[in-house]
Design a protein around this ligand. Structure first.
Ligand code: GLN
Length: 467
């Protein structure tokens, strides 16, 4: 093959296919070979299809392979959410994003590993075992879309989709050194995404760069009558933001995101990013999001409450696994007892408790009120700035097993990503440096898209390959 596909972005690969410099089959077999030889070490895939899912059309991304997190329905394919309880379930319909990918001619190559039902920040709660971080195999890739982020970082596929309820696209993107975008709530249809927290969930792209990210957003965003919370606003052409200048852009730096608990190496990488923005003519503005400290507590009431209700359907009767029993309640108990892992059970218990009569007012209702305050913080700040720049995660990737015995410390690591979901706004994580141990560091831009970043991306992003 004349072209070195590893050096090309997704968009460039599609262009080469269009110019007949390379065929779709060659592209596919190139990435399939990479998956076969490298993935046994990383374990980012749950299933690699022997033939990609049939496409129904074309676009400027036609022919580019993409992997989907294992919680997105692809008709006729296995979907498990990395849970024993769903391990033999076959999707009976296509998610709207899958329909859109097929219509755009992208090749769905397989499904990627995740935390069970997307509960987690490390991909360790998967029933298939953990995915490994391509930069250091002893470390987690982040989660819950850890398989998608690791696969893109290792160039096993040019594109992947993840889902983000409290950070699950952005945090693994930051741990693996790639770009991960959480769209505004309602922009991408949730139809066919297995629900975790229905008021928070969004599907989004994971790519190696902003250009691919914008093109992929153009494919997946848009109104869908199958999702009652789908936005009716016109979808912009996301690639227009790639050409805008950074000059005069007002960039807010929230003090609450640069306080105790932030790793020093992450902090200095962020300071460096701020300087680059300044040099490019952006205006740096100190801002405050005063309710940030309540975000984790608020999220860990709202998300498990919605999850406990959404998971009721996995009862051994309607979907997936069933344990035999002589009575109905016993069947539920046995199936759910054996089918769910520890973290899923923990969330079901927390959620059922906070929704139960007598506690609903004290927990769920209260959390809903604090959520409004967090949303208002952002509305206030966006009166004086265009975007907000923060770290994506307080520290770089942690070791496998390091936090599994202490769920609270795992929950606290979501502090910078969760407020965005509670407010329903968009944010992107992009690579902004490396630690001394050669682990990627991610920065997060909240609010207006990728404005200016692409024209300046070479200065800001150090895209490197794990070896
Ligand atoms: N880490 C967060 C959680 O465990 C977010 C997960 C997600 O976004 N799916 O809930």
């Amino acid at each position: 093959m004349a072209k070195d596909l590893l050096k090309l972005s997704g968009l460039e690969i599609a262009e080469c296919i269009k110019n007949t410099e390379v065929s779709k089959d060659e592209v596919l077999s190139f990435f399939r070979k990479r998956i076969d030889s490298i993935d046994p070490r990383i374990k980012s895939f749950v299933e690699v299809y022997s033939e990609p899912v049939k496409t129904l059309g074309g676009s400027n991304l036609a022919g580019v392979p993409i992997a989907l997190k294992d919680n997105i329905c692809i008709k006729g394919k296995r979907i498990s959410c990395a849970s024993r309880i769903l391990s033999s379930h076959i999707s009976v319909y296509d998610a709207t994003v899958v329909k859109r990918l097929k219509e755009a001619g992208l090749l769905i190559a397989g499904t990627t590993n995740m935390d069970e039902f997307a509960f987690g920040s490390s991909t360790e709660s998967s029933c298939y075992g953990p995915t490994r971080n391509p930069w250091d195999l002893e470390r987690v890739p982040g989660g819950s879309s850890g398989g998608s982020a690791a696969a893109v970082a290792m160039r096993l596929v040019p594109f992947a989709l993840g889902s983000d309820t409290g950070g699950s696209i952005r945090q693994p993107a930051s741990f693996c050194g790639v770009v991960g975008f959480k769209p505004t709530y309602g922009r991408v249809s949730r139809y066919g995404l297995v629900a975790f927290g229905s008021s928070l969930d969004q599907i989004g792209p994971i790519t190696t760069n902003f250009i691919d990210c914008a093109y992929l957003l153009n494919v997946i965003c848009g109104f869908d009558e199958h999702d009652s919370t789908s936005s009716r606003k016109d979808t912009p052409d996301f690639t227009q933001f790639l050409r805008k200048d950074i000059k005069g852009l007002r960039v807010g730096i929230p003090k609450e995101y640069f306080s105790a608990g932030l790793d020093r190496e992450v902090e200095s990488a962020l300071k460096e990013a701020v300087n680059i923005f300044k040099k490019q003519g952006a205006k740096i503005v100190d801002v405050s999001l005063p309710h940030t400290e309540y975000a984790v507590a608020t999220y860990y009431i709202i998300a498990p409450s919605e999850a406990s209700s959404n998971l009721e359907r996995f009862d051994g009767i309607r979907y997936g696994m069933r344990k035999d029993a002589s009575a109905l309640i016993e069947l539920y108990k046995k199936t759910r007892g054996a089918g769910f892992g520890d973290e899923a059970k923990r969330r079901i218990l927390i959620g059922t408790y906070s929704l139960s009569s007598g506690y609903y007012q004290a927990y769920y209702m209260r959390a809903a009120k604090v959520r409004t305050l967090i949303k208002k913080d952002f509305e206030d700040v966006f009166r004086s700035v265009d975007v907000i720049l923060t770290p994506t995660s307080p520290a770089a990737a942690f070791k496998i097993g390091e936090k599994t015995k202490d769920p609270l410390s795992m929950y606290l690591s979501d502090i910078y990503t969760i407020p965005v979901n509670l407010a329903g706004i968009c944010a992107v994580s992009f690579p902004c440096g490396f630690t001394r141990n050669n682990l990627p560091i991610g920065a997060q831009l909240i609010g207006l898209l990728t404005q200016g970043l692409v024209s300046n991306r070479r200065q800001i992003i150090t895209i490197r390959f794990p070896s």
